[in-house]
Write a protein that binds this ligand. Structure first.
Ligand SMILES: [Zn+2]
Ligand SMILES: [Zn+2]
Length: 139
């Protein structure tokens, strides 16, 4: 990584390292406060943006529009997202359906890829059942 981290940047990196999966900026902010660090939410967002630009972390936006962050050295996952209840079901690890040969052939000159995201959207099983029940009750 370039340059030295400030104290709050280091703390934010520590939080990202301590979680297994994804975490939101609010959750990071909350954990910092709980541990007695008064880092502001704006600083958390600014630091996350700079980590993104350095290729340290990746960002995923949920159905609710919330950004979740994760260190890039963790295994990467793709999700099936229910647009009704917001449930997010991950594909098992190492089951990336993206074929490197395909995107490498489409890659613009001098573009450096840090990560990719791929999300599927629809209805989970229980939300489908609810939707069907509603349809039937109208008849
Ligand atoms: Zn659902
Ligand atoms: Zn993938």
């Amino acid at each position: 990584m370039r340059g030295k981290l400030t104290k709050s940047q280091q703390k934010i990196l520590d939080v990202l390292k301590s979680v297994e999966g994804e975490i939101s900026a609010q959750e990071i902010h909350h954990i910092l406060r709980r541990n007695g660090f008064s880092t502001g939410l704006a600083t958390v967002y600014r630091t996350l943006k700079s980590f993104l630009l350095q290729g340290l972390i990746k960002e995923r936006i949920t159905v609710d529009g919330e950004s979740l962050y994760q260190l890039l050295n963790h295994s990467h996952q793709h999700h099936f997202n229910c647009i009704n209840c917001g449930k997010s079901i991950p594909l098992p690890d190492n089951n990336c359906p993206i074929n490197e040969a395909v995107y490498k052939s489409l890659l613009p000159n001098n573009f450096r890829i840090y990560y990719h995201t791929l999300e599927f959207f629809g209805l989970c099983e229980s939300c489908q059942t609810l939707a069907n029940d509603k349809k039937q009750s109208k008849v």
